[in-house]
Design a protein around this ligand. Structure first.
Ligand code: HEC
Ligand code: HEC
Ligand code: HEC
Ligand code: HEC
Ligand code: HEC
Ligand code: HEC
Ligand code: HEC
Length: 299
């Protein structure tokens, strides 16, 4: 009888407590496979553990997992807010939108700002796959470093390249009607060149546009719309005036000034060619005269 009770207790323990314990598998349970798998599904254990999220279980973000290989390996059920976010971003985040939405549980303010931004609207309202989600700017979700780290995709000296992945694409600018030479013009600007030389005070894209709350310059809420620039440029150029802040744009140079410049170049080159031609003709005339004179003596 006693034995039977023991067996029953053990059975109860196995049925109730063990599955409850394995309902929240730790990272090691996943890395057993994903630590040694090849390709995109590989997660490097060492790099993961050194990332800002390295102390979390994988299921903190990957709350729901599909497929037989993941039987019994899910995390806590995502709440309604996360589920709705996941649906809203699924046009862009195709592998595990719940994991992408899970960032909102710990970074709610960032997600709110993103939702209202031109980028968030693109993904969530236009249902497009062109705009960025969190991991488009921050890189692999498994290896995120603090922004001060040189390895961070949004570090002051790396972020220009991160924005450029899309803003250098001609297809994007054609589709959305923003100027295609934004990157080129920034890079050749005073600011871009100073940043390239390692001057940490030189502005990268977020210093003028923001990061999570980026708006179109046509939106009056944009920090680079109209006179908002006085405050934006004023962060670094104290006493910035309306005239001063008009100095920076990514647009091609003024067409009139541009054509005047081209006309000047053409003029200079033609004057130079004219002088050359004149000198050559002069030499020719000189030689011809001498030859004629020589010929005269012979006769
Ligand atoms: C028994 C080995 C195994 C274990 C353990 C395992 N996975 Fe997987 N996982 C796989 C395989 C196989 C795939 C499919 C790869 C493919 O499609 O190329 C996969 C795919 C995935 C994907 C991609 C999306 C998908 O569902 O196809 C995610 C995310 C994922 N696993 C997360 C996890 C997490 C988190 C854990 C731990 C809770 C885990 N895995 C544990 C084998 C495993
Ligand atoms: C901070 C949240 C977070 C944590 C923690 C996390 N992941 Fe992920 N993981 C993501 C996101 C976001 C994606 C991309 C989803 C998408 O693009 O739809 C992803 C993608 C994946 C993929 C698919 C990659 C691909 O390109 O096919 C695998 C596999 C995966 N994770 C495994 C793991 C494993 C194993 C762990 C734990 C060691 C882990 N993840 C921890 C957020 C996380
Ligand atoms: C369970 C909570 C949690 C989840 C989920 C989570 N994070 Fe974090 N995140 C943190 C904590 C804690 C830190 C470290 C905070 C610190 O050092 O200031 C952090 C740091 C970061 C940082 C670096 C901040 C810095 O100092 O520059 C970024 C970027 C980041 N998280 C993005 C994400 C993204 C993207 C996701 C979703 C894929 C995500 N987080 C999901 C808790 C979380
Ligand atoms: C358009 C690119 C972009 C997108 C999309 C983006 N981030 Fe960021 N994120 C940045 C930049 C740039 C910084 C650094 C800002 C700075 O230097 O002040 C940053 C900083 C952070 C930080 C550090 C704290 C802070 O506010 O400075 C966290 C946390 C973070 N992002 C989380 C997220 C999450 C979560 C998402 C998705 C909702 C997300 N980011 C989407 C570009 C982006
Ligand atoms: C994954 C691609 C992607 C990345 C990365 C990205 N963007 Fe964008 N961005 C877009 C798309 C697409 C639009 C157009 C959205 C729309 O109008 O629906 C856009 C729009 C904008 C606009 C508004 C343009 C206008 O005229 O309306 C600004 C400003 C902008 N992005 C700045 C940035 C900055 C700064 C970064 C880096 C911190 C960045 N973007 C990173 C894809 C991207
Ligand atoms: C994050 C700080 C920062 C912001 C924001 C910023 N600048 Fe600058 N700017 C600099 C630095 C640094 C230099 C280089 C100064 C030097 O080395 O002489 C510079 C140089 C310049 C120059 C050329 C040199 C000069 O001082 O006349 C102009 C013009 C200029 N900025 C205009 C602007 C305008 C207009 C804005 C706003 C749209 C702006 N800047 C925003 C930091 C900034
Ligand atoms: C010194 C401040 C400053 C910096 C740095 C800056 N921008 Fe801008 N950006 C502006 C201003 C001002 C406008 C609005 C006037 C214009 O269109 O040129 C603008 C407009 C834009 C537009 C919309 C252009 C259009 O045709 O509609 C995009 C996209 C953009 N910026 C992206 C970027 C990216 C990407 C970076 C980094 C490589 C960047 N900006 C760096 C000030 C800045």
């Amino acid at each position: 009888m006693r034995n039977w009770l023991n067996t029953a207790a053990l059975l109860l323990f196995t049925l109730v407590l063990v599955p409850a314990a394995s309902a929240a598998p730790d990272a090691a349970a996943c890395l057993g496979c994903h630590g040694s798998m090849e390709g995109a599904v590989n997660v490097n254990q060492e790099k993961f553990s050194k990332s800002v999220h390295g102390s979390f279980d994988c299921v903190t973000c990957h709350m729901t997992l599909k497929g037989a290989q993941h039987q019994g390996l899910s995390g806590a059920k995502p709440d309604k807010a996360i589920q709705e976010l996941a649906t809203a971003i699924s046009s862009k985040s195709k592998i595990d939108p719940v994991a992408q939405a899970a960032c909102a549980t710990c970074h709610p303010d960032v997600y709110e700002a993103y939702k209202a931004s031109v980028h968030g609207q693109n993904v969530m309202v236009k249902k497009s796959s062109d705009g960025p989600v969190c991991t488009s700017c921050h890189g692999s979700p498994h290896y995120i470093q603090p922004k001060a780290s040189k390895e961070s995709a949004v570090n002051h000296f790396n972020v220009v390249q991160t924005c450029g992945v899309c803003h250098e694409e001609k297809i994007m600018s054609e589709k959305y009607g923003f100027s295609p030479q934004v990157m080129e013009r920034y890079k050749e600007s005073f600011h871009g060149r100073k940043l390239r030389l390692g001057q940490s005070g030189a502005p990268a894209c977020p210093d003028c546009h923001g990061a999570h709350d980026i708006k179109s310059p046509k939106d009056p809420a944009s920090p680079v719309a109209g006179l908002n620039k006085i405050a934006t440029c004023g962060k670094c150029h104290s006493g910035a005036t309306p005239k001063f802040v008009a100095a920076i744009t990514h647009q091609a140079p003024d067409p009139v000034a541009h054509f005047t410049e081209i006309a000047l170049i053409i003029l200079t080159v033609s004057v130079f060619l004219f002088i050359c031609l004149h000198v050559l003709l002069d030499i020719y005339a000189d030689i011809r005269d001498r030859l004629l004179r020589k010929g005269g003596k012979h006769e």
